[in-house]
Ligand binder design. Sequence first.
Ligand code: NCD
Ligand code: ZN
Length: 344
Amino acid sequence: MQTLTIRRPDDWHVHFRDGPLLKQVVPFTARQFARAIVMPNLIPPVVNAKMAAAYRQRILAVVPAGVAFEPLMTCYLTDTTDGSDLVAGHRDRIFTAAKLYPAHATTNADEGVTDIKRLYPVLAAMEQHAIPLLVHGEFVHADVDIFDRERAFIDRVLKPTLEAFPRLKIVLEHVTTSDGVDVVRANRARMAATLTPQHLLFNRNAIFAGGIRPHMYCLPVLKREKHRIALRAAATSGESCFFLGTDSAPHLRHLKEAECGCAGVFSAPVALQAYLRVFAEENALAKFEAFASLNGPAFYGLPANESRITLVNKNTPPPTNIKVENLGEIVPLFAGEQIEWSLA
Ligand code: NCD
Ligand code: ZN
């Protein structure tokens, strides 16, 4: 049986939510990953160091006993972000990075940034103090086709920002297009991208396979096959500017299977298995450790994890649903299917 032993990986983009969902979802990530960059798009959003420190404690409280897991917190940027609180929070090791949601771009982004220029004083402070800017790279406007939002963001927001702040470190989160891959490569000295399992595994046909598939709907939305091919090449290249970020985004089943369904794929229970399918198909298992365990820490200036995990090429059924007391259930990626890898 084929096995793969690598340094313990990290997830550089995850949504844990809060309240009753938190304790159901955190253990899945904590079992696979040593650290995770935790997204701040709660209601209300995590906009200052005090809120982040409290949220971090709520996360740690639901990590299973005996599991070593470190949440890395992010600050939700708004039009009125207090740059000095962000800098102090970063100095005090509460914040690892700050997240830019363009206003209304995705789940709980209504308090996001309306115009990047309003953020320039904060970006200047982030550049000065080497605080990475994590971007949801979509330009959302009635005149921009949903499949072109990433490219529009690159042209209208990202490129001017790269020019205005030549030393600012930027992560293009959940990159979905070849345009995104290109801009990251061109700025690799201070840019990187996270890649999700769903954008590596599926193209946009998956949203409409035999009918509408709400569990395949996420933002940025799945793209054309040519983009998926470019993403797979980037992920499996071993290049240091591409690393693992699941964007695992749990929503209750009834909120996805609805007239106006929520965006997000809950991949945490099968995250490594899903990526391994991609790397095995591309004959690139030798590059998996760089993608999952080395490139992310190098970009963030953190040490790679010392402990190791072993994955086994063995069929296992993923969980079909995760119950959340009194609220409903969450349907994970690959529910009802088999996945050909498992954790030893
Ligand atoms: C995320 C969520 O639900 O919080 N949804 C998603 O489709 N990815 C938000 C995000 O990362 O865009
Ligand atoms: Zn996300």
